[in-house]
Design a protein around this ligand. Sequence first.
Ligand code: GLU
Length: 324
Amino acid sequence: MTSVRGRLAPSPTGRLHLGNAWAFLLAWLACRKAGGTLVLRMEDIDPDRATQDWAEEIVFDLHWLGLDWDEGPHPDGTPGETGDCGPYVQSRRGALYEQALHRLGARVYPCYCTRKELRDQLHAMAGAPHVDDRGAPYPGTCRHLTAEERAQREAGGRHPCLRLNTEGLADIVFMDALCGPQRFSLAGCGGDFALRRSDGVWAYQLAVVVDDALMGVNQVVRGEDILVSTPRQLALFDLLGWPRPAYAHIPLLCDAAGERLAKRHNSLSLRALRAAGRTPQELVGLLAFKAGLQDRPDPKTPRELLDGFTWQRLPRGPVLLDAQ
Ligand code: GLU
């Protein structure tokens, strides 16, 4: 039997909030319950938003919560990392993304459309499929440009992004441990998606697949908001000939008004909660209560939850925090 390898994959683009803690606690529990190895990977590919300071604060917060990991940045904040699959920081993995891009070969093409053109094309498309903010539907405008047409656009000073040609790829079918059987057409998930932005920044979809594959991750636990990205990632796993991980997409933690917790919920950042005198055990106990792992929000350490951990009592649909 292969052993479980799970991961925590924060984006250091702001402070961790209770919603992140919820997802990371559940990912930690699922991996530890299976006796697995846990990887911490910093998803800092977006140079406009990710900073080293946020990354350090996230390591501190995770450690403070009582979550540990076996590979990745040192939990005590000292420089360097442990593990054989590093670097565990996406901004240092560009060469690996480049190799994967190369292996995708003729499936990859340059797209010269500007944002405005994409918007206009979208308006012109009847019944454009709804997709989330991780990828706008793309009608395939630049898919079959001739070498001449490409040269013309380049001569006009345009820098292309790179997209995956999803033409002819079968529907993506998979089983989610929590959401059940899934089937998506790639066209319904936005069509040909970007692998690299026009400014050279690697796209999340490619980076996450390369990292999960090369880090041997076979168990992915993450928020339901990412479910719509999973078919695109699975298409890449398949094309690159890498085994697919198992997925569990967990319901999102929302505020009392039903709005999903986000960086703007400042008072629910771990830092603010700590400053307000909350202990990590109180927060973990509350999250465990919301996950159906205990009947009352009694303080607990993550390790104390391992014995009773099961997905069985996790609520379906968004999980609401009450006003307190
Ligand atoms: N880094 C992503 C985020 O914080 C998570 C990606 C993933 O779990 O695949 O939203």
